[in-house]
Design a protein around this ligand. Structure first.
Ligand code: SAM
Length: 239
């Protein structure tokens, strides 16, 4: 998979490619990440990328032309079709189902805004969808793009050392994950639940499922309504 990120601060994105699972996905040839700066495609001595908003008001708006030229260069670098996503607080909220969908794409182009955002005409003409990472406003789209890159990288086949771990994560089956414990068994902060050391895989699986159901019910009851629960799950919840 190839992800191109269009940003006034492409170094930010390069950092993301250097560590952990994203770094490993790159080393293993599962994902390549490329940063592009619209300023490199701006004209004039000042290489201007923004201007004041029509109608007045605070802040600046990102200009159409440097972004358009930058997107053209991105497409020329790799002619395969790419979905263009504008990171925006006004977009559809990102969730694990959307991450799975994006992880299956061959190419993505993530467009990061700054200032008051991007001239609406560029968005209308070039962007396929807008994605938000939450109902709050960041100063730029880079952190949001980094969130997408990370979430998508770990779903690439072979990126995680144990592929099972992604399947067991929160949201994958509509529920939150169960709690996890490691050594030591007894600690001044508490003891590991006995069932996890029983070696009885059926009991362990049932305990984990109960924990996942219970936590989701307590912390995110909205997810319970949406999750595909089995009759056994329902019986556990009603017990
Ligand atoms: N004026 C815009 C608005 O109110 O919708 C906010 C602009 S914000 C200061 C600058 C840029 O940060 C946006 O263009 C977008 O790319 C990015 N951004 C801010 N919050 C975001 C969020 N919650 N999710 C994704 N991107 C975000």
């Amino acid at each position: 998979m190839r992800i191109d990120v269009v940003s006034l601060f492409p170094e930010f994105i390069a950092q993301c490619a250097a560590f952990g699972v994203v770094g490993r996905a790159g080393e293993r040839g599962l994902m390549s990440l490329h940063g592009w700066n619209p300023r490199d495609h701006a004209e004039g001595n000042y290489r201007r990328v923004d201007d004041r908003p029509f109608g007045g008001g605070p802040g600046m708006v990102m200009l159409i032309d440097p972004l358009r030229a930058c997107l053209r260069a991105v497409r020329e670098a790799d002619p395969r079709p790419a979905r263009v996503i504008y990171m925006s607080p006004q977009g559809r909220p990102l969730d694990q189902a959307k991450v799975r969908e994006l992880a299956a794409c061959e190419r993505l182009i993530l467009l990061c805004g700054r200032y008051e955002g991007v001239d609406e005409r560029l968005l209308q003409a070039e962007v396929d969808e807008e994605l938000s990472i939450g109902d709050y406003v960041l100063s730029g789209g880079e952190l949001a793009a980094a969130v997408v890159v990370d979430a998508v990288a770990r779903l690439q086949d072979g990126a995680l050392n144990d592929a099972e771990s992604a399947v067991q994560d929160s949201f994958e089956d509509g529920l939150l994950d169960c709690p996890h414990y490691t050594r030591p068994v007894a600690h001044e902060l508490g003891v590991v639940p006995e069932v996890l050391m029983s070696g009885n895989h059926a009991r362990i699986a049932r305990w984990r499922r109960m924990q996942a159901l219970g936590r989701t019910w307590l912390r995110r009851p909205d997810l319970i309504d949406e999750a595909a629960l089995t009759p056994a799950d329902r019986a556990l919840l009603e017990a």
